[in-house]
Design a protein around this ligand. Structure first.
Ligand code: HEM
Length: 463
């Protein structure tokens, strides 16, 4: 399927780089900063040369992004069937996050019911229990202790995804499993940085590390899957649901390998993103004391010192708005990419078959035509009474179109609950003298970590 080419398509500004390496060096050093800078210099659509004759067309306008992700969804797809697949395919195999077209559709249709709001709500206690375990760990620390917040948030979200997936406690194994996931993500990051690298099958030190991490993860995941298949007990968790899922047309379930790929996907996609959302929220709050004070006032008034549960979430709208504003200014997934499977038009621009299109979520969320004071952290924008003013195309932390995040309800509920639990008991101050640098791997991480002083709140109301 192709779209008609406009009579006189407009030229897309082209950012040429050095011979052979193109703009790879600047891109590798700071891709988020580069995409932001070029957007401000050259506008809402531009094409940037990467290595050799490879280039990326980067879209920063909400309406063009919507057109790309919704209206042109049949043409602009994940590059799932070119050699090597997507960046995540080596780690995850073929799953709902690494495929497109028919394969993806069948899988998504099987998995959608698992993420229904009511099912996620039933996981509320598991989420709260993970939060309580984190608070119990922190209580053993002296007041004002320094923590690496991004690691702490990863620990709690990994604990929660494990509890909701396997109904088991991962803490005894968390270092091994967490490290394996990390090696996988770093491997992906290395591919982003340096697309001209040796094939995955060559025994380079980096590839060997990756194979070992993948083997360790596989061992853990297959063990959990086989044990569950062999047991008659139903736990009602994500793993049970994946094993029970059937294709609507054929009635067929998934093989162990297919389940493994989906479990690895939910594991990977389902914890680092939420951990980053919370890490950046605390960063924003540390820079905006007034926003923190209002958040604490809401939590204290509603909860009166008792621990929050899922039933409290509707009474904590500013807590949710704080998280949503953080997802705007610090989107955990700042960028996504698609490939043109046929020639197409986007707005007044024509793109050839084979073009790579990048959706700059991080720019869209700061577009001055759509956001007042785009760089300011203002949670009130997301309060129920103000939401109608938000243009839906300009806020896509979970993307839009068919690939909209399947775990968005899960992530918002988990983040909402954990933010309330933390804000009730702690305040955080950024340890002075550190550099906070946004690094884009697939997610947006603080490159050198985020060190925070953890201060117990003194004036919290008692239950
Ligand atoms: C704040 C947290 C999260 C953010 C910002 C986020 C963001 C995203 C984005 C932007 C995509 C689209 C990727 C693309 O097509 O290019 C996506 C897809 C996906 N996410 Fe999330 N996500 C979050 C949490 C979660 C959670 C908690 C889970 C699972 C429990 C999850 C599972 C998935 C899956 C399976 C997909 C693939 C959906 C498809 O293609 O059909 N995510 N997410």
């Amino acid at each position: 399927m192709t779209t008609p080419t406009p009579a006189t398509p407009r030229a897309i500004p082209f950012i040429k780089g050095a011979p052979i390496i193109g703009n790879l060096l600047v891109f590798g050093r700071d891709s988020i900063g580069t995409i932001d800078r070029v957007w401000k210099e050259r506008g809402d659509i531009f094409r940037i040369q990467l290595a050799g004759n490879r280039s990326f067309t980067i879209v920063s306008h909400p309406d063009l992004a919507h057109e790309a992700l919704v209206d042109r969804k049949a043409i602009l797809r994940r590059p799932a069937d070119i050699e090597g697949g997507t960046l995540l395919t080596p780690m995850l195999g073929l799953s709902v996050l690494t495929t497109d077209g028919e394969t993806w559709f069948t899988r998504r249709r099987m998995m959608q019911p698992i993420f229904h709001r009511q099912r996620i709500q039933a996981m509320g206690e598991t989420m709260a229990a993970g939060g309580a375990r984190m608070l119990a760990r922190w209580e053993k620390l002296p007041d004002g202790a320094e923590v690496m917040l991004n690691d702490e948030m990863k620990l709690v979200t990994l604990d929660i995804i494990n509890g909701t997936m396997f109904s088991s406690d991962i803490l005894p194994e968390v270092d091994r499993i967490g490290n394996a996931v990390d090696v996988g993500l770093h491997y992906t990051q290395a591919i982003v940085r340096n697309p001209i690298r040796l094939p995955a099958s060559w025994p380079t030190p980096g590839n060997r590390r990756f194979w070992a991490a993948k083997a360790l993860l596989d061992d853990y995941l297959y063990r959990m899957i086989r044990e569950r298949r062999a047991s008659a007990e139903k736990k009602g968790d994500l793993l049970d649901m994946l094993l029970e899922a059937r294709d609507e047309d054929t009635g067929k379930g998934m093989t162990d390998q297919e389940v493994r790929n989906e479990v690895a996907t939910i594991y990977g996609a389902g914890h680092e993103t939420t951990a980053l959302a919370l890490t950046w929220t605390w960063y924003a709050l540390s820079q905006n004391p007034e926003a923190l004070r209002k958040l604490q006032a809401e939590v204290d008034t509603v909860l009166k010192g008792r621990a929050p549960t899922f039933a409290d979430l509707p009474s904590l709208p500013l807590t949710l708005a704080t998280l949503e504003e953080s997802l705007r200014l610090f989107p955990p997934v700042p960028f996504t990419a698609r490939m043109a499977y046929a020639p197409l038009t986007l707005g007044e621009y024509a793109l050839p078959q084979g073009a790579f299109v990048g959706i700059a979520i991080n720019n869209i969320h700061r577009h001055p035509d759509f956001w007042e004071e785009p760089e300011a952290f203002k949670p009130e924008r997301f309060l129920p009474e103000n939401r109608a003013r938000i243009n839906r195309n300009a806020y896509i932390p979970f993307l839009t179109g068919p690939h909209v995040c399947i775990g968005n309800t899960f992530a918002l509920m988990e983040g909402h609950l954990l933010l309330a639990m933390l804000a009730q008991r702690y305040e955080m101050a950024l340890v002075p003298g550190q550099r906070i640098f946004k690094e884009q791997t697939i997610t947006m991480r603080p490159k050198y970590g985020m060190r925070m002083e953890l201060k117990r709140r003194k004036e919290m109301p008692s239950p």
